[in-house]
Design a protein around this ligand. Structure first.
Ligand code: AMP
Length: 284
């Protein structure tokens, strides 16, 4: 496994692999790798001949007051994980490498970035799309891998790639969970034992949505009320949003008659946790 710290170096190494006819896969991450990231990397290793993992805590996707400074950065462990998982190249750029001294060009995706996390993290998606556009331009992968865990992010990235005619495929991998259903996240490290127990309610609320839709309930308002009821069992949990939206357009719907994204965001102690599931009404 090789490590590249500069854009020039990563480009050279990828170019060499491509000249051998290899299919290039990219897994963009902010490090603090866990089994969720590993699942993405394993998928990339399975599908591609040359796998690049980027590890970059992207400052432009953090809002003022968020955990940019405290975000875990266990680089040595991350590199060991990459090595063991069969990664060919790890890209660990500095902020200077990615943004220079004055970045004046940004990528924004309209509309899809307005609801859910867009409402609570102004500027977040602009940071995400800009850094992903940069990574795609630097690495020029054939395929890039993202997690359903960040469902809105995956939808936004797919739209950016389609709208800007970027020549790569986006693959979205299923969310990896703890045995109690809690979606694995680098931010789970911030949770105490009690908060971790409370956090399991998030997936329970999502399962409730699935169960109600499966039982023929279509009214989003009443489903959301039941989901909130479950979350309210943990008084320490501060709900940011509970929503059920069209899974493609992220538009508000009153009655579920198509595939939807049920999504939850909460604050629990030091952590902000998000999770979602896709729910389909199935054949009518
Ligand atoms: P992050 O390092 O948090 O920016 O995440 C990097 C990628 O890993 C993103 O595409 C995430 O959606 C994905 N990811 C994070 N946690 C999980 C998980 N529990 N299951 C699947 N993918 C995940």
């Amino acid at each position: 496994m090789e490590i590249a710290e500069t854009t020039t170096s990563v480009r050279e190494k990828v170019k060499a692999a491509r000249s051998q006819g290899k299919k290039i896969g990219l897994v963009p991450t902010m490090g603090a790798l866990h089994i969720g990231h590993i699942a993405l990397i394993e998928r990339a290793v399975q599908d591609c001949d040359f796998v690049v993992v980027s590890i970059f805590v992207n400052p432009t996707q953090f809002c003022p007051g968020e955990d940019l400074e405290n975000y875990p950065r266990p680089l040595e462990t991350d590199l060991e994980i990459c090595e063991k998982t069969g990664v060919d190249l790890v890209f660990t750029p500095t902020t200077e490498q990615m943004y220079g001294t004055a970045n004046l060009t940004w990528v924004t995706v309209d509309k899809l970035t307005e609801p859910l996390c867009g409402r609570f993290r102004p500027g977040h998606f602009r940071g995400v799309t800009t850094v992903c556009a940069k990574l795609f331009n630097i690495v020029l992968p054939d395929v890039a891998y993202f997690g359903q865990k960040d469902g809105q992010q995956a939808i936004v990235i797919k739209k950016m790639v389609a709208d800007l005619n970027m020549p790569l495929q986006i693959v979205v991998c299923t969310t990896i969970r703890e045995p109690d259903g809690l979606a694995v996240s680098s931010r789970n490290q911030y949770l105490t034992a009690q908060q971790k127990k409370d956090a399991a309610l998030i997936y329970q609320s999502l399962r409730k949505c699935e169960e109600l839709v499966g039982g023929g309930v279509t009214d989003t308002e009443s489903i959301i009320a039941e989901m909130r009821q479950i979350l309210s069992r943990a008084p320490a949990m501060e709900i940011e949003y509970v929503n059920i939206l069209d899974a493609e357009t992220l538009e508000q719907i009153d009655s579920i008659d198509r595939k939807v994204l049920a999504a939850v965001a909460v604050k629990l102690g030091q952590a902000r946790l998000i999770d979602n599931i896709l729910v389909d009404v199935g054949p009518q």
